[in-house]
Design a protein around this ligand. Sequence first.
Ligand SMILES: C[S@@+](CC[C@H](N)C(=O)[O-])C[C@H]1O[C@@H](n2cnc3c(N)ncnc32)[C@H](O)[C@@H]1O
Length: 137
Amino acid sequence: MSWAVDLVPKAIEKATERTKQAGSEIPFQVFDAMNLGKLHERFDTVLDAGLFHNLSDNSRIRYASSLGAALKPGGIFHMLCFSDSQPGFIGPRRISKNEIYQTFSQGWHIDTIRKTRYKAYYPIGGANAWIASIRKV
Ligand SMILES: C[S@@+](CC[C@H](N)C(=O)[O-])C[C@H]1O[C@@H](n2cnc3c(N)ncnc32)[C@H](O)[C@@H]1O
């Protein structure tokens, strides 16, 4: 079973509409990603496109714990976030590789962190980003 969550009802509304237009069906739910354990389901994979880089230092720790509660042992978390090679200040926080290693230092194994591009309205043309694959041990 797949789930897609966002804290903001409007975001869920839009995503549901777009998914239907694409001929796909995913159950979207307004839900706090800080409490994924409360979904009472364990997943093989969790995807994050653009949430982690909005979080404060303290929230990152809570988020890692929430992810740990939602993944099966050996399950994998894939994350797309702005990287510290992106110049300027527009948009979310810039994340260094080291910060990813620090956040997921206990109970996780970093499989890969690769350079990629994040498609975004701002900065125009998108941003330098990381795509990280992090395994729950
Ligand atoms: C940069 S947007 C990315 C949206 C979408 N994943 C995408 O790739 O287009 C970040 C999203 O994270 C959501 N968000 C922020 N805090 C959240 C939380 N605690 N739980 C769930 N979603 C959250 C915001 O409402 C926003 O829609």
